[in-house]
Design a protein around this ligand. Structure first.
Ligand code: SIN
Ligand code: CO
Length: 391
């Protein structure tokens, strides 16, 4: 388990003074940091079809970028390249544990764990991200420069690489294993590897108005809802046919505001939309559909019996699976898992909350639920969907 150690501020102070506002270096944020996966394991992930990866190199003054999957890495030189793999939390449970220390920001804001292996001189070049990121330095050393927010010209250094013009650094540091660099959106930055390095970026996402409106439109279309037409009986005589008068403008705007004012609709949309995984989930095919309610109930009961013999299983949420609730919807028996509403009996609301709040549930936390048939029904369905498993 990774423990985040903050010596210069508390989590509250971090959120008040830095989050979304300014970059900061957290020296020794993790003591005795061990890489949760090796460079070879990362390279293995980058050979998989369902994993998003990129090789970025700087050769003879030219930036190059290539998307995976990759067959081999043997042709690469010893310097000036990096391999970046997205959503490693979906595919590697030990690496997913690195997200846990950052759960003081809620899960809906989280995006993924990106891992970068880089040889000396390697990096992805100076750029700006739209997202908050905690870059945790694993093995090796990297030199990081971060500039201030402002007008920075962006340009395509390669068709897959958006870079910024050179910038003046407000942070200029060497990161060593266990150090963390937090960068909010909009600050130009660049990491150049000094010694072959592994770095682990816990990234967050937010939503633009444009994306939200576009996703809302998809939600309405997919469900064929909010299809009420504009109605205008009793319309007064129009003397200016070319005009959209103020009363009509208000009538049209109401089509939007009525959707936005419908809390049931909006919560269903927000819950479904935010719980969608951005990357493919790595569901264990062997487990899908393989459990009866009896099996699940027995595994849970065995584990919770006093003096239970090993192995005792934890109930583990699949890496990258997104599961959310609204407090006031818990009382009406709906939560949102992987893009869909999931109804449940309100009697099991407390354990649904646990399933959404915690990635791992110990047998002790489930003791009072393992005889509850509503819970057994619910969790058997989830296990058979590959969303939770016994680990
Ligand atoms: C990297 O590790 O080189 C990319 C991380 C980032 O700058 O966002
Ligand atoms: Co970046």
């Amino acid at each position: 388990m990774y423990q985040l150690e903050l010596s210069d501020f508390t989590r509250d102070e971090f959120l008040r003074d830095y989050w979304q506002q300014k970059p900061v270096v957290i020296r020794g944020g993790f003591s005795d940091f061990q890489d949760p996966l090796s460079a070879d394991e990362l390279a293995g992930l980058a050979t998989m079809e369902q994993v998003e990866s990129r090789l970025v190199s700087f050769v003879n003054g030219q930036w190059q970028a290539e998307f995976g999957p990759f067959q081999s890495f043997e042709h690469l030189a010893e310097k000036n390249w990096s391999l970046v793999v997205q959503a490693v939390d979906h595919f590697c449970q030990p690496a997913a544990k690195l997200i846990e220390p950052f759960r003081f920001v809620p899960n809906w804001r989280l995006d993924d764990l990106m891992v970068c292996f880089a040889t000396p001189g390697g990096g992805v070049g100076p750029h700006i991200d739209l997202y908050d990121v905690f870059i945790c330095q694993g093995s090796g050393k990297r030199h990081w420069r971060v500039g201030d927010r402002g007008e920075h010209r962006e340009f395509a250094a390669h068709e897959a690489l958006l870079h910024v013009d050179p910038f003046e650094a407000i942070i200029d540091v060497e990161l060593h294993p266990g150090d963390i660099l937090y960068i909010p959106p909009g600050f130009p930055h660049e990491g150049i590897t000094l010694e072959t390095s592994m770095s682990f970026s816990v990234g967050f996402r937010t939503q633009s108005r444009m994306n939200l409106f576009s996703a809302l439109a998809d939600h309405l279309i997919d469900r064929d809802i909010a299809n009420e037409m504009i109605e205008d009986p009793g319309r007064p005589l129009s003397s200016a046919p070319g005009e959209i008068n103020n009363a009509d403008y208000q009538l049209i705007k109401q089509q939007f505001t009525q959707v936005l004012a419908d809390d049931a609709l909006m919560r269903a949309f927000i819950g479904s939309h935010l719980s969608q995984a951005k990357h493919e989930l790595d569901r264990c095919e062997e487990d899908i559909g393989g459990y009866t309610r009896g099996d699940v109930s027995q595994i849970l009961k065995q584990a919770t019996e006093p003096g239970a013999v090993q192995p005792v299983y934890n109930l583990q949420r699949l890496g990258g699976l997104r599961a959310f609730y609204f407090s006031d919807m818990l009382a009406s028996g709906v939560c949102y898992i992987n893009g869909e509403p999931h109804p449940f009996d309100v009697g099991i609301a407390p354990v649904i909350k646990l399933l959404c709040d915690q990635v791992t549930l110990s047998p002790q936390e489930l003791t009072s639920w393992c005889e509850n048939e509503h819970f057994i029904d619910f969790i058997t369905e989830q296990i058979n969907a590959g969303y939770w498993y016994f680990a």
